[in-house]
Design a protein around this ligand. Structure first.
Ligand code: SOE
Length: 385
């Protein structure tokens, strides 16, 4: 595994726990964790339970005894690591978004398709597909329980940037992250809607905004050694993004991704409106799914709250008895389970790099639309301009 930040911790949990709860055709070995800072990556090795630590990812990718490379680094290094790993015949799990540009994502997808001819598999880590309530929603839609999908509305609301004195981080630097809330959390909303509806966003009209354009450069947060400085760095990404979309199945969608939704901590919300019913999910209540069946007798219809912890629900028969809820980290064990099963079965993982490329294309289209700005129409009467 390359990287040992938030995703490194979450993926380590996935690799550590999945073999304990799921019957896997082979047992993944947590061989080596990679990071540039020797002391820090050694500390992470001990804390997360890896056999060894290294500081040079190229050396690890070249090792004969390594079969899988798990990329948990910021987006600016995904393409270089993934291409090298696929070239070396390693299976690749790459965190989202797939890359920082469409061009990079195209190169990664081409390399993954070539590697697949030799049985090498690649998956992109949109882990929220593997929250049981989301996977169950996909089943209900696939079974036609919503009829024709007409509208989708998706939001990913966080508020960790509301304090304008919060420090610069790599997520606020376009060169490192590719974009701000749009690619970091908007990508999840896009992938979830495409996964749930089985359709893709064909065209978008969007806008992006940065509320706080400069932030304190704190040593830790930007990889500098030492303590706080009174210098400030420029925020080069969006703090929030909004867009409408037309989907390939004929539906229309509205999307929002923001880190300034005061009070919303990790609210990925999706509502799908169909001719025969509707579904609503909120990651802040991740064990529940709201389902409205419009075919029920008149006067008896209403959104019902399904607690998605039954053994019939996706993944749940391997965890606890009914009513015992899962958490954020369980989706990473499900991701490891499915990736290992795909590798063993010689199957293309889902989401594939091609799915990741499709999300990248939507992100780039929103950025082009926002840059163009032509969607804005003034409401000010011309006489008052
Ligand atoms: C942003 O704060 C973030 O960590 C995203 O990068 C993750 O993809 C999301 O799952 C949680 O929020």
């Amino acid at each position: 595994m390359i990287g040992y930040g938030f995703m490194g911790a979450a993926h380590s949990q996935g690799w550590r726990v999945a073999p304990r709860f799921f019957d896997l055709p082979f047992e993944p070995r947590m061989s080596v964790i990679v990071g540039r800072d020797a002391a820090r990556v050694e500390a992470a090795r001990e804390k997360f339970g890896w056999e060894s630590a290294a500081t040079d990812w190229r050396e690890v990718v070249a090792r004969e005894d390594i079969d899988v490379i798990d990329i948990c680094t910021p987006g600016d290094s995904h393409v270089e690591i993934a291409l090298a790993a696929l070239e070396a015949g390693k299976h690749v799990l790459c965190e989202k978004p797939l890359a920082n540009t469409v061009e990079e994502a195209e190169r990664m997808t081409l390399a993954a398709e070539k590697a697949a001819e030799h049985g090498v598999r690649a998956m992109v880590g949109f882990s929220y597909r593997r929250v049981p309530a989301v996977a169950f929603a996909r089943q209900l839609i696939g079974d036609g329980r919503l009829g024709t999908i007409r509208q989708v509305r998706a939001q990913y609301l966080q508020d960790w940037l509301v304090d304008e004195d919060g420090p610069m981080t790599w997520r606020l630097d376009k060169d490192r992250a590719g974009s701000g809330s749009l690619g970091d959390i908007g990508a999840h909303a896009i992938d979830m809607v495409q996964y749930l509806t089985g359709t893709v966003l064909d065209s978008v009209s969007g806008t992006m905004h940065t509320f706080v354009t400069e932030r304190p450069l704190l040593g830790e947060s930007v990889g500098l050694s030492g303590t706080a400085s009174d210098e400030r760095g420029r925020v080069t990404v969006d703090d929030a993004a909004w867009f409408t979309a037309r989907l390939s199945g004929g539906a229309i969608g509205s999307f929002e991704a923001t880190r300034f939704a005061t009070g919303r901590k990790n609210a990925l919300r999706v509502e799908i409106s169909g001719s025969a019913g509707a579904l609503a999910f909120d990651l802040e209540s991740m064990n529940e799914l709201q389902f409205y069946d419009a075919t029920e007798p008149a006067g008896q219809q209403g959104f019902k709250r399904i607690i998605v912890t039954e053994p019939e629900h996706p993944y749940m028969d391997s965890w606890w008895p009914t009513g015992h809820a899962l958490g954020y980290e369980h989706a990473f064990s499900h991701e490891v389970r499915d990736f290992v099963l795909d590798i063993a079965a010689g199957r293309e993982p889902s989401p594939s790099f091609a799915d990741g490329l499709q999300v990248q294309r939507v992100l780039a289209a929103v950025e082009r639309s926002a840059a163009d700005g032509s969607a804005w129409t003034s409401t000010v009467p011309s006489t008052r301009k």
